[in-house]
Design a protein around this ligand. Sequence first.
Ligand code: ATP
Ligand code: MG
Length: 248
Amino acid sequence: MPAEKETDLLAETTRPSCAVISLAHVTREYTGRTAPVRALDDATFTIVAGEWVAITGPSGSGKSTLVNLIGCLDRPTGGTLKIDNIDTSAMSPTELDRFRSEKIGFIFQQFHLIPYLSAVENVMLAQYFHSMTDESEAIAALERVGLGARLTHLPSELSGGEQQRVAIARALINNPPILLADEPTGNLDAANQKIVTELLQNLHGQGHTIVMVTHDPEMAALAQRKIALSHGTVFCHPVGGPVVTLRR
Ligand SMILES: Nc1ncnc2c1ncn2[C@@H]1O[C@H](COP(=O)(O)OP(=O)(O)OP(=O)(O)O)[C@@H](O)[C@H]1O
Ligand SMILES: [Mg+2]
């Protein structure tokens, strides 16, 4: 395809009205001990609803910094970041907590489960920030990830793969359109990696937008598009892959 045509296609498929995540000149600078560290430098791109994007790059290139910004766990030091067309920079911490719990589910490499709570209680904890807790919904979320027989187990009584599936159920409980995953299979053996990978594929098929940090080329290949980082600078690969149903 001629370069000009390709640019048109990109502009069309990433037009602002479709963007579920949009960054314009976003920078994140940390104070640092001796000199400021620019962990993300002037990032401008959009991710459209229903896309599966892999964020790749060497250690220290700014992947977690970017995911934390998209997840509204951190704020840019420059530029504008919008989630679902909303600039969250003026929100109070309480508004932001609610916004985050409605829009975004988090899946981390370390599962971050509360050790003294059962599987179902860990999932219900995420509902708490959203609205009333509902045990039957938490049970349904665990059944959705194949853990209906492990509801009352503590994290220490679950395998690594099962713990990650509890974390995925927790991420899904408020039915957020966006799933952010930072190395979701980084701590798993091959069998559990397969289970979690298939779950992510199902969720993408159901219309969730997935933004996933990964070092693993096989995982990255599952995504429709790669956003590569190098020393805080973003390189976006063209949009491609199968068309999916958009979910708003
Ligand atoms: N709180 C902080 N204060 C100062 N510098 C930081 C802070 N957090 C991250 N950095 C620096 O910002 C850069 C990007 O860090 P980030 O954690 O985003 O990298 P990453 O790509 O996720 O790496 P990894 O693959 O190892 O997880 C690194 O140079 C890191 O040292
Ligand atoms: Mg990281």
